[in-house]
Ligand binder design. Structure first.
Ligand code: UTP
Length: 304
């Protein structure tokens, strides 16, 4: 049962799964993780780590797959490049190059086989230990101006258990997400989740509330994941493990949902990736003015 005054241990660790195959973005993702695709001029995953750090989580564990090299290199120092930029006196770029290596305390663990998101999260057990922790999907971008993760942490500290992020989607799109059965709580935009189902047919979906890629999980989830059987698509599904927590709160529940109404992009989906790129480019101080002018004339001339 939720206890409004529950204050659990402080959440300090973020787990970022980035070991998926990225088949929706082939061939770009044949040799490059989709999380490394640039959104304007930064890899998508850097925005995700920046979001974790902004919410106070600077201990980051990345779950990597077969193409992990570029991920590790991006967050490591590159002395040769730094030296070239220093000699050129290019201080701005030198700062940018340094920033990604100083962003957070980043650790890596390898998911041998991409057996699903639940299996990726299970790979974090040793690093995380017995504390609640955050999971941020490496291909899911939340606009930093729209507060989500810190709100989820507050909800977890208040109610205990596990917290998921939800977004209302058009019912015709719910088969692309996990969907939940939920009831309002006494907290604004927070629901109590009683059931979860991964990628349901629209007719079977309990609601049009879709699960998006931010979670605060009770460590009890590891025990459930260790025993989990493959679910939809033959993968170990995080949604199925959360369903077990919602059904039996003593395992690591209750499960609450924060309903998010801000800007969010699935950068593993080509159309959403393009939307993120165009929007962020338009809003940039350096690129925005020229790019917006070009975009305006492109739309007027080519798409009247
Ligand atoms: P997705 O389902 O979007 O990843 O997983 P995918 O399987 O790579 O996607 P497509 O459908 O083939 O394009 C959401 C997140 O979970 C990670 C992915 O890297 C992504 O960040 N993931 C998924 C893992 O780390 N391991 C897995 O086994 C599956």
């Amino acid at each position: 049962m939720s206890t409004a005054s529950a204050r659990g241990p402080r959440i300090t660790k973020a787990v970022i799964p980035a070991a998926g195959l990225g088949t929706r973005f082939l061939p770009a993702t044949k040799a490059t993780p989709k999380e490394m695709l640039p959104v304007v001029d930064k890899p998508a995953i850097q925005y995700v780590i920046e979001e974790a750090v902004t919410a106070g989580l600077s201990d980051v564990l990345m779950i990597t797959g077969r193409n992990k090299r570029s991920l590790e290199d991006h967050f490591d120092r590159n002395y040769e490049l730094e030296e070239v930029l220093r000699r050129k006196g290019d201080a701005a770029r030198l700062d940018e190059v340094r920033a990604s290596s100083e962003l957070a305390d980043i650790h890596y663990v390898r998911q041998g086989d991409p057996k699903g998101l639940g299996h990726a999260v299970l790979c974090a057990q040793e690093h995380v230990g017995g504390q609640p922790f955050a999971v941020l999907l490496g291909d899911d971008m939340v606009d930093p101006r729209d507060r989500l993760l810190s709100r989820m942490i507050e909800v977890q500290q208040r109610h205990g258990g596990s917290v998921i992020a939800l977004m209302e989607v058009d019912p015709s799109q719910i088969h692309l997400y996990g969907s939940v059965a939920a009831a309002p709580s006494d907290d604004d935009h927070v629901v109590t989740v009683s059931g979860l189902v991964e990628k349901p047919e629209p007719a079977d979906a309990p609601s049009n509330l879709a699960i998006i890629g931010r979670y605060i999980l009770d460590p009890g989830i590891f025990e459930v994941l260790r025993k989990a059987e493959p679910g939809r698509g033959g993968e170990i599904q995080l949604t199925d493990a959360l369903q077990a927590l919602a059904a039996e709160p003593s395992l690591g529940g209750p499960v609450h949902g924060v309903v998010f109404r801000g800007r969010r992009y699935d950068t593993g989906d080509r159309a959403d990736y393009l939307r993120a790129t165009v929007r962020l480019a338009c809003e940039r101080e350096d690129l925005g003015p020229d790019f917006r002018a070009w975009l305006r004339s492109y739309v007027q001339q080519e798409m009247p």
